[in-house]
Design a protein around this ligand. Sequence first.
Ligand code: AMP
Ligand code: ZN
Length: 118
Amino acid sequence: MILKEECIFCKIVNKNIPVDIVKETDNFIVIKDINPVSQVHLLIISKRHYDSVLDAGGEGEWNGGNEIFRLLCALAEEFKVKDKGFRTVINTGSDGGQTVNHLHVHFMAGRWFGWPPG
Ligand code: AMP
Ligand code: ZN
């Protein structure tokens, strides 16, 4: 499945919902989170619909993983947070706190993040 009709992130990827695209690569778009938890809170959203890491990380032809790492480096550079660092999160399933069932990575920076997370 590439796009899922009722999925909010598919609508964003498909530009059915207007949104500012921070960055775009072959496999991902980067947007600002609508409900930011820090000064910089971006979402790296896969262009293809995957319900979660469990859907995307199995055996198959898709290999967007390397691109995620390159994107994290590029975003750290662009948002000037290489020195202070940032938090990267992929919520998966109900215990993981996932609320949108379309693969995405949170990129958060601009404050100190505690550990363990709540
Ligand atoms: P998660 O809980 O990991 O599934 O994260 C979903 C994230 O998507 C939350 O941080 C929401 O604030 C964010 N979000 C939901 N709808 C939108 C939207 N239309 N535009 C930008 N961010 C969104
Ligand atoms: Zn989707």
